[in-house]
Design a protein around this ligand. Structure first.
Ligand SMILES: NC(=O)c1ccc[n+]([C@@H]2O[C@H](COP(=O)([O-])OP(=O)(O)OC[C@H]3O[C@@H](n4cnc5c(N)ncnc54)[C@H](OP(=O)(O)O)[C@@H]3O)[C@@H](O)[C@H]2O)c1
Length: 336
């Protein structure tokens, strides 16, 4: 038996707002494996914003001293599972750690750990954390399953430069929609122009009601909502009959001390379908369809990928904070 050193991040608070809230500790993992177990060396990790909002499907931070949850791409360095041979690449919700021993079982197989599909021979493996991973699957499910966009329509996307938002708007464009997208700074507006994002607005400089009256007088058919709060309240006023809203998250509510009124009458009068969703409620077939479609679009150049790669396990805490300070467009990953 050999004891292998493993670095991992634990939380010192549940708020994770500053570097001092993170701590790196070392532990040792013995390299002996039981049947069905694999040992994985982490290669890329993505600091996920849902940690702060309470998490999705039990992946939240529960208390002080916990391993910080998160997904990663890694390589199998020792295996006693025939479907996960030595050197194969895997995606897993292993948390912020650089070495993991895991038993593959029916419970964790797929949503929590899976082998990367063959097409990753032709695509950077870090994309398994972005356009071809959680953000890509979320974007695809929002458009296909919740908004059910077939072709055309007026489509509003909040958080248009986020890891999910920039994919959602590109899928909307592929579906022939007129897109109105919103972001927080002029620099991000310029970046969105390079993406051909449609009508682009800095929400800190506009009145959303004026924008919708001027640029979407026909009304809004679809809204991808990541933000909640007053922005959503205003979008609702301009929705069309039978409009659809996919509620992916409510970032504006994370640290909010006041709540914004919710306009029930808009929902009833316009027969709006407002639906919250979680990708963890979808099965393996749906995930594979989403990943395969995203892979084809990326390989055909129909979806552009924007990835900021930071170097080193020690940069993870800062990478997480950067996402909340609005310094990132697209997906941020850390090569560990
Ligand atoms: N429903 C699901 O199944 C599902 C699955 C995965 C993730 N999610 C959730 O979806 C949300 C977006 O994920 P993501 O990966 O796209 O996140 P991200 O890359 O961090 O993007 C979030 C974007 O939100 C915008 N934003 C607006 N107000 C903000 C604020 N107060 N603080 C921080 N950012 C703010 C920023 O863009 P601007 O500067 O352009 O405003 C930022 O780029 C997350 O909250 C995540 O938990 C949901």
């Amino acid at each position: 038996m050999v004891l292998l050193p493993c670095k991992k991040y634990i939380s010192k608070t549940s708020s994770l707002t500053k570097l001092a809230d993170f701590e790196i500790i070392q532990e040792f993992i013995d390299d002996e494996l039981d049947s069905g177990e694999i040992l994985i060396r982490g290669l890329y990790l993505s600091p996920e914003p849902s940690l702060r909002g309470g998490g999705l499907e039990g992946k939240q931070l529960s208390c002080h001293g916990d391993l910080i949850p998160g997904s990663q791409v890694g390589k199998v360095i020792k295996s006693r599972h025939s479907s996960f041979p030595l050197d194969c690449l895997v995606f897993g919700h292993f948390g912020w750690r650089d070495l993991t021993k895991v038993k593959i079982s029916e419970e964790n197989c797929f949503h929590d750990v899976y082998k990367l599909p063959k097409y990753f021979d032709k695509i950077p493996i870090s994309y398994a954390l972005g356009a071809l991973g959680g953000p890509g699957i979320t974007a695809h499910c929002a458009v296909e399953k919740i908004l059910e966009i077939k072709s055309g329509g007026t489509f509003v996307v909040s958080t248009a430069t986020g890891a999910i938002g920039y994919l959602v708007l590109q899928i909307g464009k592929l579906k022939g929609c007129k897109t109105l997208v919103f972001t927080s700074t002029d620099e991000k507006v310029i970046w969105l122009k390079t993406l051909g994002a449609g009508y682009i607005f800095n929400y800190n400089k506009i009145d959303p009601n004026q924008v919708f009256q001027e640029f979407a007088p026909e009304g809004i058919d679809f809204y991808f909502d990541n933000i909640g709060g007053s922005f959503t309240y205003n979008v609702m006023k301009h929705m069309n009959l039978n409009g659809r809203i996919a509620v992916c998250d409510a970032i504006s509510c994370y640290d909010a001390v006041t709540t914004v009124p919710f306009d029930y009458l808009q929902i009833v009068d316009k027969r709006i379908r407002l639906e919250g969703f979680s990708i963890y409620a979808y099965d393996e077939k749906t995930w594979n369809e989403a990943m395969n479609t995203m892979a084809i679009w990326v390989m055909e150049g129909k979806i552009l990928v924007e990835e900021r790669v930071l170097e080193g396990f020690e940069t993870l805490g800062q990478a997480f904070i950067d996402r909340f300070e609005g310094n990132v467009v697209g997906i941020q990953v850390v090569r560990i």
